[in-house]
Ligand binder design. Structure first.
Ligand code: PLP
Length: 383
């Protein structure tokens, strides 16, 4: 039996101690429904509003601009479908999305396309960057919304959002930024980015699974949404359903603790990632990093091993928890649309592994991961 090494923190993270401790009382003694008018409800509601203020303060917004959801997928669906429904009669029917967006953006947009919306994908450079000039050429008078993520989940490539948002606003459209992977990994100020809609998901920054939030700008410009869920009128009528008080409390505590640790963690992760990359290069000199010269998240390393299949490497390194460059959403894994959009061939995309480091990652984890890779690579490509 080998020791397992987890290097898949972009997929999910463990709940950190501060978050778990903050949550526990809200499962038991403080179990009130935040919508109840009595003191038990008030206690829960106060906790929810304190959490909302924590999110807002750390991200530079006002608390009223946040709606709690079950995660980023729901938040993105509410944003895309909700904006589309609210502006259906506006005469604008064009949605422009970066080709490297997450499926949680691409799939709701595809559903909207089936309802008559014009959906267009914005190409990216081989480094995975959306260029302002390319965006300018694709914006139309009929563009209602542009969606470009801050940090890519597969490559870690960080977009220069401010300039892209400015061009979008000049064209009279809204800017949606999927900030799911960036929040907790790099400093994020939504006013500095100048985005109108953003999302987050607690399980990406050491909070619990099943909770996230949607930011919608209230002024300059004001964004109007139609809800997806109708019920008790919670969250100003935009997301009905009893609030998940313990998860909301845990999300805020996780964000607070993770951001406090961010400067020190960033340096440590960058040096661990460099150690991993040096080790991989020594084992497989033709290996390449995707998005190598673009700004990237400090924890993410997407590596293509030309001539190999990522699934074969994983099969020979069963104690290594990493992700492949394919979307394993079906029995037949498709090559990653992100890597294809960056110009990789399907074979190169399928030869790609994503390593994503996290706060618990140690030097010993990197050494062990390299040992497992050495065994796998020497079996697959004997020197
Ligand atoms: N957007 C990005 C960039 C992601 O990486 C993810 C999670 O993988 C999501 C959205 C969806 O997040 P959730 O798991 O909260 O639905």
């Amino acid at each position: 039996m080998g020791l397992p090494v987890y290097l898949d923190y972009n997929a999910t993270t463990p709940v950190r101690k501060e978050a778990l401790e903050a949550m526990l009382p809200y499962f038991s003694e403080r179990f009130g429904n935040a919508a109840s008018p009595h003191l038990f409800g008030k206690e829960a509601q106060d906790a929810v509003e304190a959490a909302r203020t924590t999110l807002a303060t750390h991200l530079g917004t006002s608390p009223q601009e946040w709606i709690f959801t079950s995660g980023a997928t729901e938040a993105l669906n509410l944003a895309l479908q909700g904006v589309a429904a609210a502006y259906r009669e506006s005469g604008k029917n064009h949605l422009l999305l970066a080709a490297t967006e997450h499926k949680a953006v691409l799939d709701p947009a595809q559903a909207l396309q089936q309802q008559g919306w014009t959906v267009e994908l914005l190409p990216v450079t081989p480094e995975g960057l959306a260029e302002p000039d390319t965006l300018r050429k694709h914006l139309r008078p009929s563009t209602l919304l542009v969606a470009i993520m801050l940090a890519n989940n597969e490559t870690g490539v960080v977009q220069r959002i401010h300039e892209l948002a400015r061009l979008t606003h000049e064209a009279g459209a809204f800017f949606l930024c999927d900030t799911t992977q960036a929040i907790g990994k790099i400093p994020v100020s939504l006013p500095d980015l100048d985005v109108d809609i953003a999302v987050l998901s607690a399980h990406k920054f050491y909070g619990p699974k099943g909770i996230g939030a949607l930011f919608i700008r209230r002024k300059n410009p004001r964004v109007v949404l139609r809800p997806l869920l109708y019920g008790g009128g919670h969250e100003r009528g935009l997301r009905s359903g009893t609030l998940a008080v313990p998860l909301i409390v845990g999300m805020a505590a996780a964000l607070q603790a993770t951001l406090t640790e961010l400067p020190a963690a960033t340096e440590r992760l960058l040096s661990l990632r460099e150690k991993l990359w040096q080790g991989i290069q020594a084992l497989y000199p033709s290996a390449r990093v995707n998005g190598a010269s673009a700004p990237r998240l400090p924890n993410t390393l997407s590596v293509t091993f030309p001539g190999l299949k990522a699934s074969d490497i994983m099969a020979r390194a069963p104690y290594l928890g990493v992700a492949t460059g394919s979307a394993c959403t079906s029995a037949k894994p498709e090559p990653s649309h992100v890597l294809l959009a960056m110009g990789l061939s399907p074979a190169e995309a399928k030869a790609t592994l994503r390593f994503s480091l996290g706060l618990p990652t140690t030097e010993a984890d990197i050494d062990l991961a390299l040992d497992y890779l050495r065994v796998a690579l020497s079996a697959l490509a004997p020197a």
